[in-house]
Ligand binder design. Structure first.
Ligand code: MN
Length: 313
């Protein structure tokens, strides 16, 4: 038994969570996730600290930490401050300029689709959006998000919204697509659709709420013969800096909530969000009432929840 501890950026931790999706176990308090592979148990904490312990922790740790990530022994800066500046890091002036923002919802939820939205906000509209209450959707309740999404539409903010339904998600996943690649392609299509829609307008940049390293994103879209549009930037927690990303996050989340309501109505059962034990129990009920094959239409079936539901059957 050995162990390694590393401090990693939240974007990497989110990517790890997707990577280990089928190996996730119960999340301990204060942790973002825990996963168990044949080489190690990996526990990632909200502080950015990631613990690898087991027979060969270096195998798993080596996939994620680079020489630029700092061992936990050195403390001080927050994960966000430590994020390294690259050509993809926007100047803070972008947040007050006319720009496109994009964000997604549903990626960590067992039931329901992934939704991705891109929104164009002209700098003259930033103050109005702030006034009506647009901010990071993680700090808003679902009913408020739905109300804000309607207000955003009334303000005629140009946007593009994509919904990746479960059947297609599962098909792509079985074809070997990672969730990261699906997200990258959805963001890319939402942004290019929006660019076509708005035509020639004042545009100072495109800001993507970072869920993986920009190089990884470029590689994903490159495998589908796509390229980053000019002036594309990435930053983690972008919705707390950019009103365009916050607007996109609200549109994406509101759509996810609507889709979950539709799915719950269709199956005649309240499908919970997230990926908790409550989800596992609901999966068992769904299987008992309809058979396991129906999950393809309602869930991201490769999530560990599918296996975990067995104990309730
Ligand atoms: Mn996001």
């Amino acid at each position: 038994m050995g162990h390694e501890v590393h401090v990693l950026p939240m974007a990497t931790i989110n990517e790890m969570k997707s990577h280990y999706q089928s190996a996730l176990t119960a999340t301990p308090p204060g942790a973002v996730f825990r996963a168990k592979t044949t080489a190690a148990v990996i526990t990632a904490y909200k502080s950015g600290k990631v613990l690898f312990q087991g027979s060969a922790p270096e195998i798993e740790a080596g996939k994620w930490h680079t020489s630029s990530s700092t061992p936990s022994q050195t403390t001080g800066k927050s994960t966000n401050q430590r994020q390294k500046k690259t050509q993809f890091t926007p100047d803070t002036s972008l947040f007050t300029s006319s720009h496109i923002g994009s964000d997604e919802a549903g990626t960590g939820d067992y039931f329901g689709p992934i939704t991705v939205a891109a929104a164009y906000v002209n700098k003259s509209q930033i103050a109005t959006l702030k006034e009506i209450g647009v901010k990071d959707s993680k700090n808003l309740t679902d009913p408020i998000i739905s109300k804000l999404a309607k207000d955003i539409v009334k303000l005629q903010i140009p946007y593009s919204l994509l919904v990746l339904h479960n059947e297609k998600y599962n098909r792509l996943q079985k074809k070997g697509w990672s969730q990261g690649k699906m997200k990258a392609m959805l963001h890319h299509h939402a942004i290019t659709n929006l660019l076509n829609k708005i035509g020639k307008v004042e545009l100072d940049g495109i800001l993507i709420d970072q869920f993986c390293e920009p190089a990884v994103y470029s590689r994903h879209i490159g495998t589908e013969k796509q390229q980053l549009p000019d002036k594309t930037y990435f930053i983690t927690k972008a919705e707390s800096h950019s009103i365009a990303v916050a607007t996109a996050s609200i549109i994406a989340r509101a759509s996810f909530v609507r889709e979950m309501d539709k799915l719950s109505d269709a199956i005649g059962m309240n499908l919970p969000k997230g990926a908790s034990a409550k989800v596992d129990q609901t999966i068992a009920k769904v299987i008992q009432a309809n058979g396991a094959a129906i999950l393809d239409k309602y869930a991201k079936t490769h999530f560990a929840n599918t296996k975990k539901a067995q104990k309730y059957l």
